[in-house]
Ligand binder design. Structure first.
Ligand code: N01
Length: 544
C-alpha cells in the first residue's frame, strides 16, 4: 500500500486506489476514517448527496431509529466525546446532523464522491484490481472493493394492478421528497405495516384529513420509551461509553442486554408474567431479544410471549373490529420472527375517527385506480396521497451492482439458486471484495453500528495482513462458502423463523428463493468466528 497520505479529488478521472468503498453510511465512514489513518488511498462513492446511508434516503415522516442511545453510534472517541444526542431514539433529522458532525470532526466528505452510483464492477485477475464503473461513465481502479450498501439498498414496490395509473402523490418510504408533504386536507393511505409503515402512520394519523392503512400482516409492535436526553445525563454517562461499546459486542443483538439464561417454562406462570412485564417496561427491543432463550425455538414458549403481547396491545385499541385486525387473539406468525417495531402511539392512532385499517388478508387489493384503491370486498378507497412502505429486497442489494467475478461470471448467476456467501462478508470467486451489513451475517438481528464495527475491524485487519504479505488477491474458497451457507440453513431449520413470511427469509419478494438470509448465532458468536478466522491465518480463503 501507499503508506504516505495521498489525497485525490474523488471526482477525478482514472482514479487508481488501494480501496474503494461504496456507500457513506456508518460502515463507509468508519472504514474510510480508519483505513485513511493507515495511509491507504481510499475513497467512498456515494449515490446520494449526503452522508448517513439509509438515514440520508429514508426521509419519510416520523423516521427514527429503533435502537436506544447510547448504543446506536460509532465508537470513535473524537465523535462521542463531543456529540450530544437530543433523544433516546433519535429521528432521521438528528441522525443526519450526527453524520455531518462526523464529517466536521473527521473530515470525511473530502474523500467522498457524492451523487456517484457504482453501476458495475469486475475483478481483473491479471492486474489484481477491480474495475469499477459509475453512472457518470468513469472507470475507477481499486485493489480492494468494499460495498457498504446495507440491507435496504434495493426498494421493493409490489406490482399492484393499475399502480401506474394513480394520479395522486405516491412515495416509497425510501424515496421520500425533501420537502414536507402536506397531508392536512388530504385523504391518505399507507400500504405496509413494517417499521416504516408504523412510523408513517404515527405521523399521518395526527395530521391527515383521513388515513387508511392497508395491512397484510400485523406488526407486533412493542412500546418505545422515547424521551429527551439531557446533556448532563449524557456527560455523566460518558466515562462508561468505552465499556458500553464493549458490552454491546457481547450480546446477541448488539445491544447491552441479552437473552435470559433459562427457558420459558422453567418459570411459573406468575414468574413469567413478572418477567414479561419487566421486559415490556424496558421500552426497547428487550421483549424481543432479551427474554427467555427458547423464544425462537419452541412454539409453546413463543406463544406465551405472544399472549402477553396481545393482552397488552388489545387493551390499547377501542374498536373491536380494528382490534382483531391489528392485534388478533391468535398469532399471525411466531412472535419476533418478523421484526416487532417500537411504537409510541401507533395503536392510539386507530382510536381516532379519521384513521382506519383494512386487512388485506381478507380483502386484498384488486386494483389501484387514478384516484384510489379497490379492494376485493368491492369497497373503493378514494385517496390523494399514497405511501408505499413495502420494504426492501435484502438479498437483491448487492445485485443492484452489475458485479462480475474473476471469470467474468455475474453474481446474479452465482446466486440464481439462492444466496451464498462466506461468513456473511465475502463471496467466493469475488476476490478482494468484502461487504458489510448484508446477507448471512447477523444483520437483521443486530444493532447496526455494533455489527458494522466488528465487520469493518476485521476487514481492516485482513487488508493489513494481505498487504504485509504482498498478497495479490484473497478469495473465499468454494467449499468454505458451501459449508457456511448450509450451516445458516441448518440452524434456521431448528428455529421458528421459517414459519414467517419475512424479509429475514427472503419471503417478502415474489419469486425469490425462500431461505434464511441471516446468521442466527448472534453477534458475539459471529465476532468470535471472524476472530478465529484471522487467528488461523484466514482459514477458508485462498491467498494468491
Ligand atoms: O419494510 P418491511 P420496512 N401487498 O419489509 C407489506 C428497518 N427499518 O421498510 O408483512 C401488501 O418490514 C409487508 O406485508 P407482510 C427494519 O430492520 C428500521 O417497514 O409482508 N402489503 C409489510 O407490512 C425493518 O425490518 C426502522 O405481509 C405488502 C411491509 O409492506 C426493515 O428496515 C425504520 C406487499 C414491508 O415491511 C424494513 O422495514 C424503518 C403487498 N404486495 C425500517 N408487499 C427503525 O429503526 C409488502 N407488503 C425504526
Amino acid at each position: 500500500n501507499s503508506k504516505e497520505e495521498v489525497h485525490i479529488d474523488p471526482y477525478m478521472n482514472n482514479l487508481d486506489l488501494d480501496i474503494l468503498i461504496v456507500g457513506a453510511g456508518f460502515s463507509g465512514i468508519y472504514l474510510l476514517y480508519n483505513l485513511r489513518k493507515k495511509g491507504y488511498k481510499v475513497k467512498i462513492f456515494e449515490g446520494s448527496n449526503g452522508l448517513g446511508g439509509t438515514w440520508q434516503i429514508n426521509r419519510y415522516p416520523g423516521a427514527r431509529v429503533d435502537s436506544d442511545q447510547p448504543v446506536y453510534q460509532l465508537s470513535i472517541p473524537q465523535i462521542w466525546k463531543e456529540w450530544t444526542w437530543k433523544e433516546k431514539f433519535p429521528g432521521s433529522e438528528e441522525l443526519r446532523q450526527y453524520f455531518d458532525f462526523c464529517d466536521k470532526i473527521l473530515d470525511i466528505k473530502k474523500d467522498v464522491a457524492f451523487n456517484t452510483k457504482v453501476i458495475a464492477a469486475n475483478f481483473k485477475k491479471t492486474e489484481g484490481k477491480w474495475m469499477i464503473k459509475t453512472n457518470d461513465g468513469r472507470i475507477t481502479k481499486a485493489k480492494y472493493f468494499l460495498p457498504c450498501i446495507g440491507f435496504a439498498a434495493k426498494r421493493y414496490i409490489p406490482d399492484f394492478p393499475g399502480i401506474e395509473t394513480f394520479k395522486g402523490e405516491i412515495y416509497h418510504s425510501s424515496e421520500w421528497p425533501k420537502f414536507e408533504v402536506d397531508v392536512s386536507e388530504k385523504r391518505c393511505a399507507v400500504i405496509g405495516t413494517g417499521a416504516s409503515g408504523v412510523q408513517i402512520v404515527q405521523e399521518w394519523g395526527k395530521r391527515a384529513k383521513s388515513l387508511v392503512v392497508f395491512q397484510r400482516t400485523p406488526n407486533l409492535c412493542l412500546p418505545m420509551s422515547q424521551r429527551n436526553l439531557t446533556a448532563e445525563e449524557q456527560n455523566i454517562q460518558k466515562h462508561e461509553y468505552q465499556n458500553y461499546f464493549l458490552r454491546r459486542e457481547a450480546h446477541f443483538g448488539g445491544f447491552v442486554f441479552g437473552f435470559l439464561p433459562r427457558d420459558t417454562f422453567e418459570d411459573t406462570a406468575e414468574e413469567r408474567e413478572k418477567v414479561f412485564e419487566a421486559l415490556w417496561n424496558c421500552g426497547n427491543m428487550a421483549f424481543w431479544i432479551g427474554g427467555y432463550q427458547d423464544i425462537f425455538f419452541k412454539l409453546d414458549a413463543n406463544y406465551e410471549a405472544y399472549k402477553f403481547w396481545a393482552k397488552k396491545t388489545r387493551s390499547k385499541i377501542e374498536d373491536p373490529q380494528k382490534r382483531d385486525i391489528l392485534a388478533p387473539l391468535e398469532p399471525p406468525h411466531p412472535f419476533g420472527t418478523k421484526l416487532p417495531s417500537l411504537e409510541q402511539d401507533y395503536y392510539q392512532m386507530f382510536n381516532k375517527t379519521n384513521v382506519d385499517v383494512v386487512s388485506l388478508k381478507e380483502n386484498p387489493i384488486i386494483e389501484i385506480k387514478s384516484n384510489g384503491i379497490l379492494t376485493s370486498d368491492g369497497k373503493f378507497h378514494e385517496i390523494d396521497i399514497l405511501a408505499l412502505a413495502t420494504g426492501f429486497d435484502f438479498a437483491g442489494a448487492l445485485l443492484k451492482i452489475d458485479l462480475t467475478d474473476i471469470n467474468d461470471i455475474p453474481l446474479s448467476e452465482h446466486w440464481s439458486n439462492g444466496t451464498k456467501t462466506f461468513q456473511g462478508i465475502s463471496i467466493s470467486s469475488f476476490p478482494n471484495m468484502f461487504y458489510t451489513y448484508g446477507p448471512q451475517a447477523p444483520t437483521a438481528f443486530s444493532n447496526g453500528p455494533t455489527l458494522i464495527e466488528i465487520q469493518a475491524d476485521w476487514i481492516i485487519k485482513v487488508i493489513d495482513y494481505c498487504e504485509e504479505k504482498n498478497v495479490k488477491y484473497i478469495v473465499a474458497k468454494e467449499e468454505a462458502q458451501e459449508k457456511w451457507s448450509s450451516e445458516i440453513h441448518e440452524t434456521a431449520k431448528m428455529s421458528l423463523f421459517p414459519l414467517a413470511d419475512s424479509w429475514y427469509m427472503g419471503a417478502n419478494i415474489p419469486g425469490k428463493k425462500r431461505e434464511m438470509l441471516n446468521f442466527l448465532g448472534g453477534v458475539p458468536k459471529y465476532a468470535e468466528i471472524l476472530k478465529m478466522n484471522l487467528k488461523n491465518d484466514l482459514e477458508g480463503y485462498e491467498l494468491v
